[in-house]
Structure formats: structure tokens, C-alpha cells
Ligand binder design. Structure first.
Ligand SMILES: Nc1ncnc2c1ncn2[C@@H]1O[C@H](COP(=O)(O)OP(=O)(O)OP(=O)(O)O)[C@@H](O)[C@H]1O
Ligand SMILES: [Mg+2]
Length: 370
């Protein structure tokens, strides 16, 4: 296992599209790094460049401190697992897993031993003689991972490996991925669209946007202390609620006014100059909702209720803000509200937030210290 270092990585395609626009990223030895970001932001292109399947337009790449920028793919010590498992249909599981070693000219005994070890750790032993078509999706995925393991790479690359699986199999495979990482102590770069995979598997998460990295940090950091509106809005479901806000100094302390809808208290020792506040952000689970009217908080009415079993999502319309204002007119509240208790449409509610759960953003969308 080894450290992976990307420096100024860039990829511009012949059609002029710059898919990756100068990326610096260090993945520590044994670290599980998750890449997330909207479709088309350059995640797969980055993985393919690391694997050597895609030319770099600029930048440098080091594995274990050695510059591998010009080293051919097969000699980089990198193995990639694709979303489409890309198994050879005419070969058995064992042959699929051992193929790379056979090509490398390793002895039959070596290959058999490596395949047996990998099959053991992935619980594939009973399936070694089957062809891929006789396997379930999850089993095929395990074979694809096994094929990567037998090569004993320094770095594993995974491009949305679980996205073809149904929800329950995904959960099961997610736990297997975590176990595998623990057992192999492998350096892993893992692309996913699944927030739960990102939050649970990643030692750190890199949030991509339009070919650049917006933030790299532990799941707690990127979720709890996003550096800007993009990161704040990308992680979390439903999305963080953003509202236009004006910072003001009240006799009782600093407050945020949401035009037409009410006001929220800021921490007394608010570290940010109030004039630079442009918008506020609140995660759906952080709203404190009480029925009825009142002086404090934001005034809203219930618009739609989604009872999900464990939690209830209440979509509220803020007073004084209409649909013409777009998203700033409605907010979602995630609450534990007994499913049997009625929340009739149009019912007035009051929304408050603990000051420490408020996020503040400036006009450029940068996070401010609250
Ligand atoms: N061979 C190519 N030629 C030209 N443009 C390409 C090529 N491959 C990818 N692109 C473009 O590069 C950008 C990044 O693509 P990439 O596949 O890296 O995105 P991604 O983050 O993996 O997206 P997704 O989440 O949808 O898989 C996209 O705008 C894509 O259209
Ligand atoms: Mg992709």
C-alpha cells in the first residue's frame, strides 16, 4: 500500500472540454478517499488518469513517492473496478480472477494461491468454477473486486462499484467494502453518488465541482463545516435550506432577518461582521418546528407532509415569500413527528434554530463563521 499524490492534474479533451481543471489531492497510505460531485464534474476522468487509461494534459502523479506520470498503466501498481463489472463471460470465476497474473507470466501455483486467498476474503470459494452468467449481481461485483485484489495493487480505484445493485444488496456490499478495507489496509479512491456510502466509507471525502475540488475533509468536516454553499448544498438529503438574510444588531444581540418571514437569533458573540451576511443555511433536521403563531422565529405554513416511517418531512411555505422567489419560498423540515398526528395543509407553524446550527454565507457563497 502506498500514498497517492496528485499535483495540478488537468485533462482537456480534443473537443475543448476541460473535464479536470487542476486538481491537487493527497490520499494517504491506507486511506479510504471518496470522490463525490454532480454528474460530469470529472470524477471518472480523474480515476482513469490515475489508472493510466487516460492521458493527462498537465500535472504530475506520485505513488509511494515515485513519479509515475509517464509509467504505463500495467506497471503503476493500480487496479480499477468499474461500475460495469467487465468480467470475461467465457472464463470461470477463478480464471477471471487470475487472468492478470497469467498475462504477467506468473506460475500456475502462484496464481492458484493468490486466487484462493482473494476468494477466501470475499467468500467466493464455492463459486470459483462458475461462469459469470451463473452469478447474481452482488456475486459478480465481488469477482470484479477479487480480480483487483489478486494483483496486490498499491492503490485501488473504484468507480461507482455498487450502483447496479438493488438497495438491500448495496447495504450488504457497503459493509463488505468497509470490512475489506479494514482487512487489506488498502489505499482506496472510491467514486460514488450515494451519500450514505460517502459518509460511512470515507476516511475523507473530496467534493468535486466542474473539474475542481471544492473541499476535502472528513465526513464530519464536509457535512458540519462546509466551506461554501456548493458543498453545503451537495451533501445532505433533503438539501440544506438556503434563505436570503440580513444581519442586524438588536438591543438583545445580533439577529438575522429573513425579509417578510421573521427573524432568528445569532450567537451573542457572532464572529462575522453582520454587513457581510447574504444568506443563511439550515439543515432540515435542525429546524425546531412548533405549531401556531408567535413573536420569535420564522413564520410559515404547512404545505405538504411526507411521512417516511422513522421521520416526517414537512415542506413549509414561508410567509411573505412566494413561489416567484423560487426555492427561497419553501423549506423542508425533517422532524420526528408522530405519523398519526395531523399536520393539515395551511396550518401555521413557527420555525426556530439553535444559533450554533445556523450557517452564514456571504454574497459569493463562502461560508462565514457564525
Ligand atoms: N472522451 C471524451 N471526450 C470529450 N469529453 C469527454 C470525454 N469523456 C468525458 N468527457 C466530458 O468530461 C466531463 C467529465 O466527465 P466524467 O466522466 O469525468 O464525469 P463524472 O464526474 O464521472 O460524471 P458521472 O457522475 O456522470 O459519472 C463531462 O463533461 C464529459 O462530458
Ligand atoms: Mg463517472
Amino acid at each position: 500500500m502506498a500514498q497517492l499524490k496528485l499535483q495540478g492534474l488537468r485533462r482537456t479533451y480534443a473537443n475543448g472540454v476541460t473535464a479536470v481543471d487542476g486538481i491537487d489531492l493527497t490520499v494517504n497510505e491506507g486511506e479510504f478517499m471518496v470522490l463525490v460531485g454532480p454528474s460530469g464534474c470529472g470524477k471518472s476522468t480523474t480515476l482513469r488518469m490515475i489508472a493510466g487509461l487516460e492521458d493527462m494534459s498537465a500535472g504530475r502523479m506520485l505513488i509511494g513517492g515515485v513519479d509515475v506520470t509517464d509509467v504505463p498503466p500495467a506497471e503503476r501498481g493500480v487496479a480499477m473496478v468499474f461500475q460495469s463489472y467487465a468480467l470475461y463471460p467465457h472464463m470461470t470465476v477463478a480464471e477471471n480472477m487470475g487472468f492478470a497474473l497469467k498475462i504477467a507470466g506468473r506460475s500456475k501455483r502462484d496464481i492458484a494461491a493468490a486466487v484462493r486467498r482473494a476468494a477466501e476474503s470475499l467468500q467466493l470459494e464455492p463459486l470459483l468454477d462458475r461462469k459469470p452468467r451463473a452469478l447474481s449481481g452482488g456475486q459478480r461485483q465481488r469477482v470484479a473486486i477479487g480480480r483487483a485484489i489478486v494483483r496486490e495493487p498499491k492503490v485501488f480505484l473504484f468507480d461507482e462499484p455498487l450502483s447496479n445493485l438493488d438497495a438491500s444488496l448495496r447495504t450488504q456490499m457497503r459493509l463488505e467494502m468497509a470490512r475489506l478495507h479494514e482487512r487489506l489496509g488498502a489505499t482506496i479512491v472510491y467514486v460514488t453518488h450515494d451519500q450514505v456510502e460517502a459518509m460511512t466509507l470515507g476516511d475523507r471525502i473530496a467534493v468535486f465541482n466542474a473539474g475542481r475540488i471544492e473541499q476535502v475533509g472528513t465526513p464530519q468536516e464536509v457535512y458540519g463545516r462546509p466551506v461554501n454553499r456548493f458543498v453545503a448544498g451537495f451533501l445532505g438529503s433533503p438539501q440544506m435550506n438556503f434563505l436570503p438574510a440580513v444581519g442586524e444588531l438588536d438591543p438583545a444581540g445580533p439577529i438575522l432577518r429573513v425579509p417578510g418571514a421573521g427573524r432568528l437569533a445569532l450567537p451573542i458573540a457572532c464572529a462575522t461582521p453582520l454587513a457581510s451576511v447574504h444568506a443563511l443555511g439550515v439543515r432540515p433536521e435542525h429546524w425546531l418546528m412548533t405549531p401556531g403563531e408567535g413573536a420569535d422565529g420564522l413564520h410559515a405554513s404547512v404545505e405538504r407532509v411526507e411521512w417516511l416511517g422513522d421521520v416526517t418531512l414537512v415542506h413549509c411555505r414561508l410567509s411573505g415569500r412566494d413561489a416567484a422567489n423560487g426555492d427561497a419560498g419553501t423549506i423542508s423540515v425533517k422532524t420526528v413527528w408522530p405519523g398519526s398526528d395531523a399536520l393539515p395543509r395551511g396550518m401555521p407553524v413557527r420555525l426556530q434554530v439553535r444559533p450554533r446550527d445556523l450557517m452564514l454565507f456571504d454574497a459569493q457563497g463562502r461560508a462565514l463563521a457564525a
